[in-house]
Design a protein around this ligand. Structure first.
Ligand code: PRP
Ligand code: URA
Length: 206
């Protein structure tokens, strides 16, 4: 499955701002939140809604309501950087957490925390992480989500690369990816190039 790449000019301007090494954390957060909203709008184009009755001050008509619960799953830490912006679009969403960090030597994912609700099977689940590098963290998170019952998962990531997309396609071909960029690849430390550096450090200022 090909990733959906959000090429909207405003999305690409926000992406450029968060790529820039001189962008301080408070601006990084602002641009990331806005970009996350644009990715989420694209990711939810086909979100199921049901028809509901609504009474305007003038007369009865029909409108839409979400058909199923929405669950956001940020991969700690950096996934939290996507959460704030999209929570404003679906304030009633449930937030589940998966904690995964990469081993700095091997770049392999190390899972250290999970808090997943029982209701995953009936929900539209959105996995959040700004970076899809080797794909190890995303594959592990999706494995956990499926084990917990999730059936409909979409991954939102800001910057991806061919290596991470290939790993995800091999392990979880049923999970679509919505991203703002497919970068050239990985460097010797498994960082995305050109990328934006360490997303968690840049978001949290560590
Ligand atoms: C970063 C990023 C992803 C992961 C991507 O997290 O937020 O979770 O690396 O790399 P991968 O595709 O090769 O697995 P990191 O391990 O730096 O943890 P942090 O969010 O706590 O900084
Ligand atoms: N994690 C990051 O934060 N950035 C990368 O480029 C790769 C993994």
């Amino acid at each position: 499955m090909q990733p959906v790449v959000v090429t909207h000019p405003l999305a690409q301007c926000h992406l450029t701002a968060i790529r820039a090494a001189e962008t301080p954390p408070h601006q990084f957060r602002r641009h990331l939140n806005l970009l996350a909203q644009m990715l989420f709008l694209e990711a939810t184009r086909e979100l199921p809604v049901q028809e509901v009755a609504v009474r305007t001050p003038v007369q009865e008509t029909t409108g839409s309501a979400l058909a199923r619960p929405v669950v956001f799953v940020p991969i700690l830490r950096a996934g939290l950087g996507i959460l704030d912006g999209i929570m404003t679009l679906v304030p009633e969403a449930i937030v589940a957490h998966v904690g995964i960090r990469r081993d700095e030597e091997t770049a392999l994912p190390q899972a250290y925390y999970a808090n997943l609700p029982d209701s995953l099977a009936s929900a539209d689940v959105f996995l959040l992480d700004p970076m899809l590098a080797t794909g190890g963290s995303a594959c592990e998170a999706i494995r956990q989500l499926k084990e917990a019952g999730a059936l409909t998962i979409t991954m939102l990531c800001v910057v991806s690369c061919p290596e991470g997309l290939a790993a995800l396609e091999a392990a979880h071909p049923d999970v679509p990816v919505v991203t703002a960029a497919v970068d050239a690849g990985l460097n010797e430390k498994c960082y995305i190039v050109p990328g934006l550096g360490d997303a968690g450090d840049r978001y949290f200022g560590t």
